[in-house]
Design a protein around this ligand. Sequence first.
Ligand code: ATP
Length: 444
Amino acid sequence: MVRYLEQVEMDTVLSLSKRRGFMFQSSDIYGGLNATWDYGPLGVELKRNVKETWWGSVVRERDDMVGLDAAILMHPRVWEVSGHVQNFADPLVECKVCHQRFRADDLEDASGCPACGGELTDPRTFNLMFKTFMGAVEDSASQVYMRPETAQGIFVNLANVLVASRRKLPFGIAQIGKAFRNEITPGNSTFRTREFEQMEIEYFVKPGTDEAHLDSWVEERFSWYVKHGIRKENLRLRRHGDDELAHYARDCYDIEYRFPWGWAELEGVANRTDYDLRSHGEASGHDLRYFDEEAKEHYYPYVIEPSGGVDRAALAFLLDAYEEEPDPSSAKGETRVVLRFHRKMAPIKASVLPLSRNEKLAPTARAIHELVRPHLATQYDDAQSIGRRYRRQDEIGTPFCVTVDFQTLEDRAVTVRDRDTMSQLRVPVADLVSILKDKLEHGW
Ligand code: ATP
């Protein structure tokens, strides 16, 4: 059965997300700052899991990739040479009546304001880069940009990384970091914000092999989302038409997710050709060509760029995990809300629950929690009935609950309950950590 969230469910997930501490509106006590979000105690764990899983897949588990962490502020020439000062702009229109602003290329009907029907201004070009000043004097000589993509930090470091890591083509550099865009129409929670985090790869290849590498990265990145819990029917690939390609791209595929408001981009995989390296090589006077020892020639590598958003990925993992179902353990026919996160994405991996607050149980339950917590993200919960605590853990997507009961005091064993099947297993406390680790790796 094809399943995807409706808009009403989006509101339900967002309210759960606030109530349980995934995401909060930024500066909430001052009425919030438009389209900026803070991640709460569970959200920060989810986001870290997205980044760590990505880093594992694209850096640690590959021979042909290394990592980098470049600064947000870069020499202003970078953005002139990359074409962002000139081209990184959206056409902006404003309603003459209600003064709302829209991206002209987003409007289905550009003849009037979608909010009030009023007359729209002619489109004007609006550069999306945030500007700031470095040093004490605010003049144009001290103006710098907040990076709108992490990619340029990789291009300008290519020569340093090549020397330091003694790599040969094809090879890639991965980076996770903040990016800033003064979006005209932010919205849909963390989907489009003005401050966000990207996870980007620049993969350098010999010209002529670029198309094959593009295909293989598209396949690799698409299956990464499926492998980590997004339903395949909620993902699709969309190739860019010639008219939508960015100024640096020859070809591009978007990996799209079926968000409650429709299909939208999670990640783009683009063939950036040698545009950036050639431009920076020529403008900086540094030879950024690669010397191919086999072919005995110098050339500018072509670049394949899988570029995803951490916040968009976290939002998609959260939305796709959400399910409501009749609670089989409830005699009153109640509903169970469960976030069916992939085990790697779940913010809390196991919770330790003493059957009751009985004082004989507490020391043993605490000791078991101490045993587990150095190895996994855990919670200890002893408030209210065990049934309620199971439901609270299901609602935040905890894969395993460990129940400590009176029998434990005698047989040194605990009950482990699986979130999805709700089946239970009695395991010796001595083996608990290794059993949990094994189940987190391989499933129930
Ligand atoms: P869109 O068409 O949605 O504006 P884009 O094509 O401009 O996105 P890219 O420049 O390809 O986006 O950026 C790479 C990734 O960075 C996107 O796939 C997305 O996941 C993330 N991203 C881009 N802009 C934003 C934003 N304003 N808020 C959150 N994430 C973003």
